[in-house]
Design a protein around this ligand. Structure first.
Ligand SMILES: Cc1cc2nc3c(=O)[nH]c(=O)nc-3n(C[C@H](O)[C@H](O)[C@H](O)COP(=O)(O)OP(=O)(O)OC[C@H]3O[C@@H](n4cnc5c(N)ncnc54)[C@H](O)[C@@H]3O)c2cc1C
Length: 378
């Protein structure tokens, strides 16, 4: 036995919520985090459920995994609602999300998407412009309709991160800065080799997002986690009242208004890739393109100033979450969310923590097992 029951590599939303779950159940938990490029400290706070058109366009091969995961996204928003009640408020609003269409082709794409999503239990419907006007009359005249997904929402990630970190502190979770280069299991003890220290624990949870794949490689798994640098903007506070999460059927946009009145504008515009362990750079083309698109779709925000713009690191793999023990090393458990990882984060963390505690997970983890990557291993 070591003095730490569970080491958690990665202190983003997944590592933090898993730590709260495990420490809340009486375990001694230590988070080790490299302190660089956490998507959780850069993200936009959209609670996504419907399939994102950007993801479908960029990663068509991963769409079947996303589609199969739709019930997980619905449950993930519920997990955020729970977490908000326990540790919030996080400025969480769940009034739904609108995906806008400007052409009959885009409406046809949305119509098909609604059918596929409702078949998986998502609350989605297609609205014509007159119906959209009842709650979003401020949209540009070119919008001819939208998909409304009632399961979606938004929150303020800066508030949520601070409150969750405070909850972990209250439970005695230790957080140390280190870069882990390898994890081994010897005589029932896990060793995580760091640049600064060697850390020991009874078990380890890998919640390291883009850094997760390399840590699993020596255990026979080829998990294709990839760092994806993305761009974000936020405006000064303004009067416009936008209740819904806004996206577009074909163009890269997510837009929402926080309780502070500020509008967060993103949607997957690229940032400059400087390697996964360096903060990505802002690309002016993304800044200009992203905010120009937002102002085109919502003309009333055209005069509002952008007060901050930043770049952060997202993670992609195969579209589905990766949750559960490694087939050849059961003391090592993975917890990497699929696309829209901030939305999925708390639920993925709870599922992985339940596995470690020997409890029934809130959702079946079998479809998300890391074992699916074993076949591609050398
Ligand atoms: C600009 C942007 C906007 C986004 N917007 C949204 C959104 O609106 N809604 C949504 O649902 N999702 C969004 N995402 C995605 C979301 O932020 C991430 O998927 C999610 O935060 C991942 O959480 P995580 O806990 O798995 O990992 P992260 O938050 O990425 O944290 C991983 C941590 O592990 C550490 N680490 C990695 N390797 C090692 C190692 N070897 N040793 C030690 N530490 C290591 C990293 O330093 C990092 O701190 C966005 C992402 C970006 C970049």
């Amino acid at each position: 036995m070591t003095s730490t029951d569970v080491l958690i590599v990665g202190g983003g939303i997944v590592g933090l919520v898993a730590a709260i779950e495990l420490a809340g159940a009486g375990m001694k938990v230590k988070i080790i985090d490299a302190g660089i490029n956490a998507g959780s400290t850069a993200n936009a706070g959209s609670l996504h459920v419907q399939m994102q058109s950007r993801f479908m366009r960029l990663y068509p091969g991963q769409v079947p995994n996303i589609e199969a995961s739709l019930p997980l996204y619905r449950a993930a928003v519920e997990a955020w609602v729970d977490l908000d009640a326990a540790h919030g408020p996080f400025d969480l609003v769940r009034k739904g999300g609108l995906m806008l269409a400007e052409s009959p082709d885009q409406m046809a794409f949305l119509e098909q998407k609604v059918q596929r999503e409702t078949a998986r239990g998502v609350r989605a419907e297609l609205l014509d412009r007159a119906a959209v006007d009842r709650f979003a009359p401020w949209l540009g005249q070119q919008i001819i309709g939208a998909e409304l997904c009632l399961d979606e929402g938004k929150l303020n990630p800066l508030v949520a991160n601070v409150r969750l970190r405070a909850a972990a502190d209250r439970l005695g979770v230790r957080i140390e800065r280190d870069w882990i280069s390898a994890i081994t299991v010897e005589g029932g003890i896990v060793e995580a080799r760091g640049r600064n220290f060697t850390h020991h624990g009874d078990r380890v949870l890998i919640a390291a997002a883009w850094g997760a794949g390399p840590l699993a490689r020596s255990h026979g798994l080829d998990i294709p986690t990839r760092a994806e640098p993305l761009h974000m903007n936020i405006t000064e506070p303004c009067q416009t009242r936008i209740q819904h999460l806004i996206q577009h059927a074909e163009r890269s946009l997510t837009l929402k208004q926080l309780g502070t009145g500020q509008i967060v504008i993103g949607g997957g515009w690229p940032a400059e890739d400087r390697g996964e362990r360096t903060v990505p750079g802002v690309l002016y083309g993304s800044l200009l393109g992203n905010v120009a698109l937002a102002a085109q779709l919502i003309p009333s925000i055209g005069g509002i100033r952008i007060i901050r713009t930043w770049a952060g690191m997202n993670t992609t793999a195969d579209g589905a979450s990766i949750i559960g023990p490694l087939p050849r090393a059961g003391r090592i458990v993975m917890a990497v969310p699929g696309d829209a990882g901030y939305t999925l984060g708390p639920l993925v963390a709870r599922m992985a923590a339940a596995e470690m505690l020997g409890r029934d997970p809130p959702r079946d983890t079998a479809p998300f097992s890391p074992g699916r990557f074993a076949a591609q291993s050398p």
